[in-house]
Ligand binder design. Structure first.
Ligand code: ZN
Length: 133
């Protein structure tokens, strides 16, 4: 059985993965105007400032959209089809693409309240995932 691919951690996203390792969910915040954003970007889309910091968020949100995967696009996921890829809108506003656990794909609804959980997928990488809240 093939292992699932693990994300390569690029420098801009390193603070996000370091926080996930500590069971904290963080997003970027523009230090000029306070706008939150995810994933990491070099420029604020609200005010074009470049300075930013990482701040904790609640980990609560709702399913904004989702897609159910029926094809095996990577052998590491063969045992899990069909599975859902969800777009979660956090209570604070930013959206994350993630996985929904503890919920069969047929039971997912748009607007479903969810909360973050953390999955240690390798010795170095922890992925924030979501479950029904
Ligand atoms: Zn800004």
């Amino acid at each position: 059985m093939s292992a699932k691919p693990v994300p390569a951690i690029e420098p801009a996203m390193a603070p996000f993965f370091a926080a996930a390792r500590e069971r904290r969910l963080v997003v970027q915040r523009c230090t000029a105007c306070g706008a939150l954003r995810f994933p990491a970007r070099e420029i604020c889309s609200e005010c074009l400032a470049t300075a930013a910091e990482w701040v904790p968020v609640s980990g609560r949100g709702a399913v904004f959209s989702y897609n159910v995967m029926h094809q095996v696009y990577h052998p590491g996921f063969a045992a899990e089809v069909p599975y859902a890829v969800v777009l979660v809108r956090l209570a604070e506003g930013p959206k994350l693409i993630s996985s929904l656990v503890d919920c069969p794909p047929g039971e997912i609804t748009i607007g479903m309240p969810v909360e973050v959980v953390f999955d240690d997928v390798s010795p170095d990488v922890t992925l924030p995932k979501f479950r029904p809240a």
